[in-house]
Design a protein around this ligand. Structure first.
Ligand code: PAF
Length: 310
C-alpha cells in the first residue's frame, strides 16, 4: 500500500510525498512548485520526462510513465481534468476522478513528481483563459468535427503544461492519434523545447484499448466493447489482403459496429497517417493508412485506431 504523507498545508501550497513500489513521489498542486521541481532537476543536470494525463490512471498511463522513467532522470505526471476539452457537460461531470490512487499508481510506475492543480490554480483568478491555441488544419477535422472545440481545449492546456514544464520529453499515447498529431504540430509551430514521443496503445487481453472512460461501461457493455478493436482488425486484414480503398475499409468498420445494437456509431475515417488527410492515390513507400473509429457505448464514447502499411 502506498504511504501518503502530507508535508504541506492548505490546497494551494500542498506538497505530499508518496512511497509506492519502492519509489518516492511528490504531489505538488501549484504551478510554481511544479515548475520549480522540474527546473531544479534540470539545474542538477537531470533530464525530465513528462506524462500529461487527466487522471484515472490505468496500465496505459503506467506504460507511458514507465517509459518516461526509463528514458529520463525524472518522470513527472500531470493530473488535470481539463474542462476546456469537454464538449458535453455530462461527460465532464462523469469523468472518473481518483487522485490518491493516481498518485500511488504514478509512483508505482516510476514517477517522482505528480502535478495536480485545481482549476483555479491552473487558470488563475480570471477563470477560463482568454487565449486559445488552435492548430489550423488539424483541430477541426475527424474527431474535431465530431467534437467542436475539443482539440482547441487540448492544445491550449497542453501548451500551458509544456510551458510550465520547460525542456523535456513529453509522452503521449497513440490511442489518441489525432491528439498526438495536434501536439506534435503545436510543439513544432511554437518552437517549444519539447521532444514529443508517441507510444503504442496498451490493450486488455481481449483487445479493448485501455482508457479511463472504460470505467463508465457496465459489465454488459464491457463484454461487447472489444468489438471496436476487432472491427479495426478485420479492416486491417482486408487491407493486408489487397483491399486498400479507404472508403471501403471505413465502411467495413462502420458495418461491424452498427451490427451490434449496443454501439452507437459516431465516426470512422481512413486517412493518411502522416497528414490525417485523404491518402494519395499513389502512396510513397513506407506510408501508412490509419483507420480511426469512435462509437458510443452506454455512457462512454470509445475511440480506437489501427495502422495499415500502404
Ligand atoms: O490525453 C489526455 O489525457 C488529455 O487529452 C491531455 C493530453 C492530458 C490534455 O488534457
Amino acid at each position: 500500500m502506498p504511504i501518503l504523507e502530507d508535508i504541506g498545508a492548505g490546497r494551494s501550497g500542498r506538497t505530499t510525498t508518496c512511497t509506492a513500489g519502492g519509489g518516492a513521489c511528490r504531489l505538488v498542486v501549484t504551478r510554481a512548485a511544479f515548475a520549480r521541481a522540474l527546473e531544479s532537476a534540470r539545474a542538477e543536470g537531470r533530464s525530465v520526462g513528462l506524462v500529461p494525463t487527466m487522471g484515472a490512471l490505468h496500465e496505459g498511463h503506467a506504460s507511458l510513465i514507465g517509459r518516461a522513467a526509463a528514458q529520463c532522470d525524472l518522470a513527472a505526471v500531470t493530473v488535470f481534468v481539463n474542462p476546456l476539452q469537454f464538449d458535453r457537460a455530462a461527460d465532464l461531470a462523469a469523468y472518473p476522478r481518483s487522485l490518491d490512487a493516481d498518485v500511488a499508481a504514478a509512483a508505482g510506475a516510476g514517477a517522482t513528481v505528480v502535478f495536480a492543480p485545481s482549476a483555479a490554480e491552473m487558470f488563475g483568478p480570471g477563470g477560463l483563459p482568454g487565449t486559445t491555441v488552435h492548430v489550423t488544419g488539424l483541430a477541426d477535422r475527424l474527431e474535431g468535427a465530431s467534437r467542436p472545440g475539443h482539440f482547441d481545449g487540448v492544445a491550449t492546456i497542453v501548451t500551458k503544461l509544456l510551458a510550465l514544464a520547460g525542456r523535456c520529453r513529453a509522452y503521449f499515447g497513440e490511442k489518441d492519434f489525432q491528439q498526438l498529431a495536434v501536439v506534435r504540430r503545436l510543439v513544432a509551430d511554437l518552437s517549444l523545447p519539447v521532444q514529443v514521443i508517441g507510444c503504442p496503445t496498451v490493450r486488455a487481453v481481449d483487445g479493448l484499448a485501455l482508457s479511463s472512460r472504460n470505467a463508465l461501461l457496465t459489465a454488459d457493455e464491457r463484454s461487447v466493447a472489444p468489438l471496436l478493436h476487432a472491427a479495426l482488425c478485420s479492416a486491417a486484414r482486408a487491407a493486408g489482403a489487397g483491399d486498400r480503398d479507404p472508403t471501403v475499409l471505413a465502411a467495413m468498420v462502420a458495418d461491424a459496429l452498427t451490427a451490434e445494437p449496443r454501439f452507437r456509431l459516431d465516426r470512422v475515417d481512413a486517412v493518411d497517417a502522416a497528414t490525417l488527410g485523404p491518402p494519395e492515390p499513389d502512396p510513397a513507400p513506407g506510408s501508412e493508412l490509419r483507420i480511426l473509429a469512435a462509437a458510443f457505448l452506454g455512457r462512454a464514447r470509445l475511440i480506437d485506431n489501427l495502422g495499415v502499411p500502404l
